[in-house]
Design a protein around this ligand. Sequence first.
Ligand SMILES: Cc1cc2nc3c(=O)[nH]c(=O)nc-3n(C[C@H](O)[C@H](O)[C@H](O)COP(=O)(O)OP(=O)(O)OC[C@H]3O[C@@H](n4cnc5c(N)ncnc54)[C@H](O)[C@@H]3O)c2cc1C
Length: 299
Amino acid sequence: MNLFNSAVVAILPLLPKSFVSLFSGRYIAGETLEDAVKTIIQLNKQNIMATQDLLGENITRKEEATQDKEMWFTILDAIEKNKLDSNISIKLTQLGLKLDKEFCFENVREIVEYADRYKNFVRIDMEDSTCTDDTLDILYRVRRDFTNVGIVIQAYLKRSEQDLKELTSQGINVRICKGIYNEAPEIAFKKPEEIRQNYLRLLMIMFDRKCYVGIATHDRYLIEKAIEAINTNAIPNDRYEFQMLLGVGDEYRTQLVQSGHRLRVYVPFGKDWFPYSLRRMKENPKVAGYVIKNLFKKI
Ligand SMILES: Cc1cc2nc3c(=O)[nH]c(=O)nc-3n(C[C@H](O)[C@H](O)[C@H](O)COP(=O)(O)OP(=O)(O)OC[C@H]3O[C@@H](n4cnc5c(N)ncnc54)[C@H](O)[C@@H]3O)c2cc1C
């Protein structure tokens, strides 16, 4: 682990929340749904689509999951009311996956059904590898009744190619990302170059099988390789979209959109932003490094 990043991770929890918010602010729309709506209106004006993320994962009681499920209904209502070009990205641990899988399945099913009424789409984010099998299982079960739901595949996991083959055989919409959790070398590629090459292998499977793909990355090499593959294979622009996190990859945004590529920005919001940010940084100290470097850039 890079020494600078580990030092940042160690210090962050000791800093006042208001101080941390100074530099994590650009990655989070705010604490309220109104904040998220305002951010998305601005993105939509620039021809950029959004996907909303309601912060908070570590729930310990079913009541919390039920509250979050109801909040998702409110979010879907707000997307409709404000005519936002936005879908939603949900995390299953926030909906009770680690408490009771059946309860979680019912929650997901209700959210997907609610979104379906608005013809909206639900992306199921992928969490750490202890969740992969259950997340895929819930997706396949919900897909028996609804098609407006897709998933995420992580290029660092060795199992992903096999998982993707199954997903594409059912025509499922998949976001491909590198993966953000710290996984063991037995199950995950650890070298950046191996992860990149697996990412491209997975992307080509999506293109070859004509499945809609979310290309989620800020890695210039991957973006350029993806554009090369799109041009070489004449992939129509209604079969893929680029995806980036709020506050990251701004240097690519205009160029991608002006070149006719679809782009979606992941917009996290919620009052749980502080523990969420700290957890993300502990899981991947590289992120902490980016954040603190951004602070210095601002100054
Ligand atoms: C839309 C979207 C959804 C995602 N969903 C999931 C998910 O469901 N499950 C999951 O495990 N992971 C998810 N991720 C995270 C992903 O797995 C990676 O950890 C993250 O995108 C960084 O990988 P990268 O491809 O950008 O490449 P990297 O090599 O990590 O980054 C490339 C460059 O981008 C910049 N950068 C990248 N991340 C940040 C950051 N956080 N802050 C500042 N600069 C940054 C840096 O300049 C870096 O050099 C998602 C990412 C995106 C964009």
